[in-house]
Design a protein around this ligand. Structure first.
Ligand code: HEC
Length: 105
């Protein structure tokens, strides 16, 4: 076995280990269901249930809004016919503000 073979073996092992670590880190962050782009947090389940009524709940992941912005977006969805109680809409707004806050100024 020459030095080059050893170097490539070592780098292969390192890259396999790194890939494993990255996968493990991602698995911890995102719940492993069919909505990996929606971060964990209180209100996530109710948001997925209510916001899946018409389109993918992932639509929300394209937005980064403050509380006012999320509230008016959720109100807009309610006026389109989203079906939930006031308490559930409030929970959804809180989840969305935590999950997709506005970008830093
Ligand atoms: C009654 C049907 C319905 C429900 C339920 C619903 N939406 Fe929507 N949503 C729509 C429609 C229709 C559009 C696209 C047309 C539009 O933007 O006017 C849309 C578009 C969006 C968009 C893209 C808007 C943009 O400006 O690009 C986001 C974000 C979104 N919805 C988030 C949500 C969230 C969050 C929920 C849960 C609170 C939700 N939707 C529930 C009907 C719904």
């Amino acid at each position: 076995m020459n030095a080059l073979t050893i170097v490539s073996l070592v780098s292969f092992v390192v890259s396999v280990l790194t890939a494993g670590l990255i996968a493990a880190a991602q698995a911890r962050q995102a719940p492993s269901d069919e909505h990996p782009t929606l971060p964990a947090g209180p209100g996530r389940e109710v948001m997925i249930r209510v916001c899946s009524q018409c389109h993918e709940p992932e639509n929300a992941a394209a937005q980064e809004l403050d509380e006012k912005g999320w509230k008016s977006l959720v109100d807009d969805m309610a006026s389109k016919g989203a079906d939930a109680t006031d308490a559930e809409f409030e929970e959804i707004v809180r989840y969305l503000v935590n999950a997709f806050p506005p970008p830093p100024k």
